[in-house]
Write a protein that binds this ligand. Structure first.
Ligand code: GTP
Ligand code: MG
Length: 204
């Protein structure tokens, strides 16, 4: 798929204020600093559509971007170690889970995992929560440029083995680097195919 246009639509913390659910939607989530905003910029071929930062906790709102005038890409706040107050974190978690479980047009959630790290409890538990709530998701491993191919493949095997302890089937997995633009075509192809499948579903 070619990216022809990207438009920032709205930022908020209220699912009722999100744009009308008329287009397929794909949201990026994962621990703070995992590279969600960077991956959104890489995939859309933009520099600053989504705001990035070296400090965890940059994105604190649901940010909607309209792509090619017919699908939404959504940048979400990270979970994990962002330096924000407990009160703020509680509120963030509440609207975040509400958005993920209630948004009707959320076709697929991209769960981003830093490819350098061993499986982390909060990611594993979060994916279990997605499974229990029937939220379709895929995994995108990020920052693959920071590892040798050998180490990357080793980490992927460890991760898949960990998931297979709880899951019968693995979700679709993408390996990405915002720095090297790795995985861009794969992610865009996946979104394009899912959009087509959706349209056929609507016609039926
Ligand atoms: P929050 O919004 O704070 O949750 O963070 P985020 O997940 O949106 O991460 P963000 O895209 O802001 O990136 C965090 C840091 O990681 C920045 O310093 C990025 O430059 C860096 N980074 C992101 N993706 C990559 C990558 O693929 N390779 C490398 N080497 N660095 C990356
Ligand atoms: Mg961000």
């Amino acid at each position: 798929m070619k990216i022809k246009s990207t438009k920032f639509v709205i930022s908020n913390t209220d699912i009722n204020l999100c744009p009308a659910p008329v287009f397929p939607e794909y949201a990026f989530t994962g621990r703070s600093n995992v590279g969600k905003s960077s991956l959104i910029n890489m995939i859309t071929g933009t520099k600053n559509l989504a705001k990035t930062s070296v400090k965890p906790g940059k994105t604190q709102l649901i940010n909607h971007f309209l792509i090619n005038d017919n699908w939404y890409l959504v940048d979400l706040p990270g979970y994990g170690y962002a330096k924000i107050s407990k009160e703020k974190r509680r509120n963030l978690n509440k609207f975040f889970k509400k958005y993920i479980s209630q948004r009707k047009n959320l076709f697929c959630l991209f769960v981003l995992i830093d490819s350098r790290h061993k499986p982390q409890k909060n990611d594993i538990e979060f994916m279990e929560w997605l499974g229990n709530n029937q939220v379709p998701f895929v995994i995108a491993f990020t920052k693959s440029d920071k590892l040798s191919n050998y180490q990357l493949n080793k980490n992927l095997v460890v991760y898949k083995d960990e998931m297979l302890k709880k899951w019968e089937e693995l979700p679709e997995i993408f390996v990405t680097s915002a720095r090297l633009r790795t995985g861009r075509e794969d992610v865009l192809d996946f979104i394009e195919q899912t959009n087509i499948a959706l349209e056929e579903g609507i016609k039926e």
